[in-house]
Design a protein around this ligand. Sequence first.
Ligand SMILES: C[S@@+](CC[C@H](N)C(=O)[O-])C[C@H]1O[C@@H](n2cnc3c(N)ncnc32)[C@H](O)[C@@H]1O
Length: 151
Amino acid sequence: MRLIAIGRMKKGPERDLFERYAARLRPRLEMTEISESRGSAQEIRRKDAAALLSACPPNALVVALDEGGATPDSLGFSGMVERWLESGRPLCFVIGGAEGLDASLIERADATLSLGKLTWPHMLVRGLLAEQLYRARAISANHPYHRAARP
Ligand SMILES: C[S@@+](CC[C@H](N)C(=O)[O-])C[C@H]1O[C@@H](n2cnc3c(N)ncnc32)[C@H](O)[C@@H]1O
């Protein structure tokens, strides 16, 4: 699995959070970082989209992280991840920069994923996604990391 994201992460709590879960994930979650571009908001979104997509293999199964995307619960997400992995296509998660993702990228994506209606800082989204991927894999493996019971 690969995470392709805008911006270069500095040392700090966001990086620690991402690395804590990424290190435990199987298959591994590799990271490709793309430098932030300059210009108007529209130009930045277009350049980011081109750079993000060119970092994905041509046959990639692209999952775009977007506030307006699908909102599965963790159990549902676990099933989605299993199906994506079973497809045999390189699985690429894409996170935008400060200006968000261009519509062309959302259209190209095979799936979209929202972490809720709130806007999260893009560096934090990396850690949130890595944790949810770890949880998804734990659910599939019946590992007790995920406690499904609710009052
Ligand atoms: C700071 S946000 C961009 C906000 C931008 N105004 C927009 O409308 O997308 C940067 C990136 O983080 C990710 N992101 C932020 N909040 C998210 C959420 N609730 N669900 C999924 N992805 C999110 C998206 O990939 C987004 O492109």
